[in-house]
Write a protein that binds this ligand. Structure first.
Ligand code: GLN
Length: 248
């Protein structure tokens, strides 16, 4: 059977911090190595798109200024995004994008950005401009996949009231300075503070995202149906990083 994935990268021209674009490059490579067609589309402000037609929607991170600039457009797409989620489009959100799917985000200057409100979590700003910055490792459970996710975080936002976190923090901050947990995962969306970018350092997560995207049109497809790919460099890099961060 010939598989394909249709991806929409939202606000690609403004939400692309710390190499978030690398996430798309990794998905493309890992799909094409397996003969899975990878079609990448983008959606900028005021561009007319039916988001529910895609298998995967990706939204990266951005500075407060950029989040403020796109929020009217994002809010105008709320019904369409809801339809996409109802129809099993998988959503991958990094940092600034993750914040905007919750109730609100209080930017560093104190202004309140209303989010899409799909989830109960909300994001305050760090006290006295303090930010969570540095390398981070979390212990995550993605459906049946248990994996350590490695990344880099840089956010002032302190996300609270997360009822379904992505993983437990082994090193770094996560959703807030004192949360102990990182990100959000509920089977339909994966939101995380991890830049780095996320997927090159975490090939298992990349394959998990490919699986979730394929499941939109192939309900019975499972992670183990993906042809294995050797990851010698990624595996070595992960070993070195986990050792350096003293994470077992
Ligand atoms: N501007 C947001 C914050 O500082 C998001 C930053 C980001 O995407 N890295 O919390």
């Amino acid at each position: 059977m010939n598989y394909s994935i249709n991806v929409c990268w939202m606000y690609h021209d403004i939400m692309d911090l710390y190499g978030d674009k690398g996430n798309m490059m990794v998905l493309k490579k890992r799909c094409e190595d397996r003969g899975i067609e990878f079609n990448l589309d983008t959606c900028g402000i005021q561009e007319e798109k039916d988001l529910s037609t895609y298998d995967l929607i990706f939204l990266g991170g951005g500075a407060d200024k950029e989040q403020i600039s796109l929020i009217p457009d994002l809010l105008s797409r709320k019904d369409n995004l809801q339809k996409a989620m109802d129809e099993n489009t998988f959503i991958l959100l990094i940092c600034g994008g993750y914040q905007l799917f919750g109730q609100y985000y209080i930017a560093a200057d104190g202004s309140k950005i209303n989010g899409l409100g799909f989830y109960p979590y909300f994001t305050d700003t760090g006290e006295q401009g303090k930010r969570c910055i540095g390398n981070i490792v979390i212990d995550a459970k993605l459906d049946d996949l248990e994996t350590k996710i490695i990344g880099f975080e840089n956010h002032g936002g302190q996300t609270r009231n997360v009822n379904s976190p992505l993983g437990k923090v082994l090193r770094g901050c996560g959703n807030s300075f004192d949360a102990g947990y990182e990100g959000y995962y509920d089977g339909k969306i994966l939101g995380t503070y991890l830049h780095g970018p996320l997927l090159p350092k975490n090939p298992e997560v990349a394959d998990f995202v490919i699986t979730k995207a394929l499941q939109k049109r192939n309900r019975s497809f499972s992670y183990s149906d993906l042809d294995p790919i050797d990851n010698p460099f990624e595996t070595k890099a992960r070993e070195v990083l986990l050792q350096r961060f003293q994470v077992k």
